[in-house]
Structure formats: structure tokens, C-alpha cells
Design a protein around this ligand. Structure first.
Ligand code: GLV
Ligand code: MN
Ligand code: MN
Length: 414
């Protein structure tokens, strides 16, 4: 054993149930999107649990929430452990909450057993990891690592008509008990537990994934503009139909991008048309495109292919097309020295591990830019995530937290 202590599995599973009630959906998932009232409720619950244990509670200008357990040397840079509490609109109860609550369980277990760490350990709940209400994703961790909030974010308006700036302010004000701290805090290292969100651990019956890195992600907002006109009177030759151009481009991209490269990911998650009347040709067609690839050159190449295809199809319909990049995350590799710590923690806990690359993006990618970071994955039933049916079996929840506890003790030692 690195440390002769264990987590309280029943307490952790109870906490996951408790947080899953905040924004619970009828189909067993959660809808707790970033910077909403429900997100604030979850943050307040965590802050209250922390205060009850005597831990320090802090937040920074982008509403990242920190819970601190002091170390023997309280001036040392803290070890950060955590994840996020926001969810997708039809999200699962584990994506984010699992890592945040596993980290809190580690802090409580250290407190229960009176183990002193040399350096402080802080649990963090990063703001808006999902990016579905306000893009980009990983707002909290990217602002934390850049030590600033990009001015452009304050122009963002969500689909439900909320302004980012107002929602951020309300979220900060909802936790008056948290001490404000500025950006720039030094970090010793960062660890994050997360549900795999893919099928490989379950398929191979391996309880723990050691994440070696994260593939690249780019988000595009595409807008094709044409001319709205009467559905009954406008003959084909007079039409400038942006939806038709968009559908034609997407049809080609669906049948080429992923079929030609099994490492590529191409997803259209949102389509809107304006004015959106049943008897009018649309003026505008908008869609989002999520591109992923482990090789950043391939992300660029896919981006160029997508733009070219849209331009060609828009031209046929006498339409214009505009692209806006709302998120660009290069692939990341986590440092070997942390991977070894996680593997050793898995051995100590008697759990088989395997190294793997993450298909999903995570806050660890941004924190890795300023401090060594790594991630622990646990199995995900049927590989299903960003879905209300997302599920990790209780024994896997407990295993992930055990590996986090052992690694935390080792890394917070000195
Ligand atoms: C994270 O939520 C992702 O989309 O990868
Ligand atoms: Mn997540
Ligand atoms: Mn997610």
C-alpha cells in the first residue's frame, strides 16, 4: 500500500445519487447546464458539504470552485483533483460529477483518517466543461490556465436567451461564503477521474484506464445564407436555398469523412433555419460541426475539406457560406511521470489498468499546459455517454476513487 487508507464507497455512491437529483430528468439522467440555477444549486451543495468538514471554499473570476484541505506546508503549491458539475442537456449522472465527487471523497477520507499531507490538496469543480450552453467547452480550465477570461465570451448569448456575463455574475454571487481568489495560483499537479465515455474498458473487462492523452477537437459554426421566398410560387431556377446547399454538403461529408478514416470523428449536433416558416424557403441555415482527430494536422485537413465542400454546394445554390471557429483544442499528451504514479496506484489497489487515449476532451487538457496532469478512466456501460442512460457500475466508481486516493497521497507527499 502506498497509504493504508481507503475511501468510503457507500458515502461516494450516496453523494452521486444526491447530486443526480439536481436537474434530474425523467429518463434517469441530468440536465444541469453550465451557469444555470441548477448548476448553482450543485455548487452550493458541494460548498456546504465542504464547509461542514471545515475545508476552505474559494472561487475565482470564472467561478471555478475550489475546496481546500491544508497541508503541513500550506505555502506549497496544492495538488488539484476534480472535474466538473455541469452537464449536457440530456446528460448522464456520471460525466463530470463522478470526478468531482470522487475527489471530494478523497478529501473526506484523508480527513477521516487524519492523514496529513505535506502540500495542500484542493478539489476543483471547473466551470462549463460541456460548452453546450455557452461555447467553447472547458471555459473554467482554459481561463484558469490562461489567467484571463477572453473578452469575447461576454458577448455570448445562449439558446435560452441568457447572457454569459450575467449568468457568470449570478453564479459568483450565489456563493457569498466562498473566498474570491485571483487567477495565477500555482498548481503542483492535477488529476481527474472520469467515466470513459467509450466502450473499450468494458469490452476488455479492465476496471481502470490510464489516459495518456486527449485527441484534438475543433468546433465550427457554419452559416449558409440564401434568399427567403414563397414556397408555392418560387420555381426551382429562382431558388437560392441555403438548407439544400447545407444538406448536400453534409450528405457528402457523412459518407466520406468517417468512412475514409476510422480515427476521424465528424458530428453535426445542431441545425437551425430562419425564418423557419413551413411555407417559406429559408434565408439562413446554420449548423454546428464537431471535428476530432488524434493528429492536429488531420484536424486542419478535415477542416479544409469541410469548408471546400460547403463552398462548392453553396455556389450551386447561389448561396454564401461563413465559418466561425468556436473551439480549437490541440491534442495533448500527459507526462509519463504521472502515468507511472497512476499505474502504481492501480497495482496497490489490486486493479488491472490499461493505457488509452481519450476521445472526449476534458479540463485536464488545459491544466496540463500549466502543471503536470493526468486522468483515470472507469468503464462506461455500452460506451454510452452524453445520454441519460450513461452508467458506471458501483464497483467501478469505487475503484476509480481508490486509485485517485492512492495517487493523491503519493503526489501530495512532498
Ligand atoms: C466533452 O464533453 C466532449 O464533448 O468531449
Ligand atoms: Mn466530462
Ligand atoms: Mn461531457
Amino acid at each position: 500500500m502506498i497509504a493504508d487508507i481507503d475511501i468510503d464507497g457507500a458515502r461516494l455512491l450516496g453523494r452521486l445519487d444526491q447530486f443526480a437529483e439536481i436537474g434530474a430528468t425523467p429518463r434517469g439522467g441530468v440536465n444541469r447546464q453550465a451557469l444555470t440555477g441548477l448548476d448553482r444549486e450543485a455548487r452550493s451543495l458541494l460548498a456546504g458539504l465542504a464547509a461542514a468538514r471545515g475545508f476552505g471554499v474559494f472561487q475565482d473570476p470564472v467561478a471555478n470552485l475550489f475546496i481546500r484541505r491544508s497541508g503541513r506546508d500550506d505555502s506549497a503549491a496544492p495538488l488539484l483533483i476534480g472535474s466538473h458539475l455541469d452537464s449536457q442537456p440530456a446528460g448522464g449522472r456520471f460525466d463530470g460529477a463522478l470526478g468531482t465527487l470522487s475527489a471530494f471523497e478523497v478529501l473526506e477520507s484523508l480527513e477521516d483518517t487524519g492523514i496529513e499531507t505535506e502540500r495542500p490538496v484542493e478539489v476543483v469543480a471547473w466551470t462549463n466543461e460541456e460548452g453546450c450552453r455557452f461555447a467553447p467547452g472547458c471555459m473554467g480550465s482554459s481561463a484558469f490556465s490562461a489567467r484571463a477570461i477572453p473578452a469575447a465570451w461576454f458577448e455570448l448569448v445562449s439558446a435560452d436567451g441568457a447572457m454569459f456575463g450575467a449568468e457568470l455574475k449570478a453564479t459568483l454571487e450565489a456563493l457569498p461564503e466562498a473566498t474570491m481568489r485571483d487567477f495565477g495560483m500555482p498548481v503542483h499537479a492535477y488529476l481527474e477521474v472520469h467515466i470513459e465515455q467509450g466502450p473499450s474498458l468494458e469490452k476488455e473487462d479492465i476496471p481502470i484506464g490510464i489516459v495518456t492523452g486527449i485527441q484534438g477537437t475543433r468546433w465550427l459554426q457554419v452559416e449558409v445564407s440564401g434568399q427567403t421566398a414563397h414556397a408555392g410560387t418560387t420555381a426551382l431556377s429562382y431558388r437560392r436555398d441555403p438548407l439544400r446547399a447545407m444538406i448536400s454538403a453534409l450528405d457528402t461529408l457523412y459518407s466520406t469523412v468517417m468512412p475514409q478514416d476510422e480515427s476521424a470523428r465528424f458530428t453535426v449536433g445542431r441545425i437551425e433555419v430562419e425564418p423557419g416558416a413551413i411555407n417559406a424557403i429559408p434565408e439562413l441555415a446554420r449548423c454546428t460541426i464537431d471535428i476530432r482527430h488524434p493528429d492536429s494536422l488531420e484536424v486542419d485537413r478535415l477542416n479544409a475539406t469541410i469548408e471546400q465542400c460547403f463552398h462548392e454546394r453553396a455556389k450551386v445554390q447561389c448561396c454564401e457560406v461563413l465559418f466561425k471557429r468556436s473551439f480549437d483544442m490541440s491534442p495533448a499528451n500527459f507526462p509519463e511521470k504521472l502515468l507511472v504514479v497512476l499505474e502504481r496506484a492501480g497495482d496497490v489497489a489490486g486493479l488491472a489498468t490499461k493505457r488509452m487515449v481519450s476521445g472526449a476532451f476534458h479540463d485536464a487538457l488545459f491544466i496540463n499546459r500549466i502543471a503536470p496532469s493526468a486522468m483515470i478512466f472507469v468503464p462506461c456501460r455500452d460506451g454510452l455517454s452524453h445520454n441519460e442512460a450513461e452508467y458506471t457500475a458501483p464497483e467501478h466508481v469505487v475503484s476509480g476513487a481508490r486509485v485517485l486516493l492512492q495517487s493523491t497521497v503519493e503526489l501530495a507527499k512532498g
